[in-house]
Design a protein. Structure first.
Ligand SMILES: [Zn+2]
Length: 138
């Protein structure tokens, strides 16, 4: 056990975590205004509710990254580590960690293709990221 924080589902995120438990990423989407993430029960623009959920491909590209030298809770054994922002192929941005490459600025580029995988934290599957083609797991 890593000691990393385990996300707890809220009424708004319950479906999100039920889908990640199946190693899939789904998000609510307004037909007019697009993805709503983090999940909400209604569209923040037009108020439509309930929103239909759709599956994302799990593919994306790195929009931004930092290398953290401070251990967040449970990250003591991973310092330094990447924190990245991913432009998913479908559009919404997600934040996560990048694994499968040396933790150096030279290892990544903005626009680098990544794919999701899932870190099991006490049964909760947390989306994480690795370069396309990498088979790294946690
Ligand atoms: Zn809307």
């Amino acid at each position: 056990m890593s000691g990393k924080s385990v996300p707890s589902a809220t009424p708004e995120t319950r479906q999100y975590w039920e889908h990640t438990a199946q190693n899939e990423v789904w998000m609510p989407k307004c037909e007019q205004h697009g993805w709503v993430f983090p999940p909400r029960p209604h569209c923040p623009t037009c108020g439509t509710r309930p929103l239909a959920w759709q599956q994302l491909s799990g593919k994306g590209t790195i929009a931004s990254f930092i290398i953290s030298h401070r251990a967040g809770v449970g990250y003591q054994d991973e310092v330094p580590y990447f924190i990245i922002i991913v432009d998913t192929a479908e559009g919404p941005r997600m934040v996560g960690n990048l694994y499968g490459v040396p933790v150096t600025p030279e290892s990544v580029t903005i626009g680098m293709p990544v794919e999701v995988f899932f870190e099991d934290r006490e049964g909760v599957h947390v989306p994480q990221w690795r370069p396309v083609g990498s088979t790294v797991t946690l």
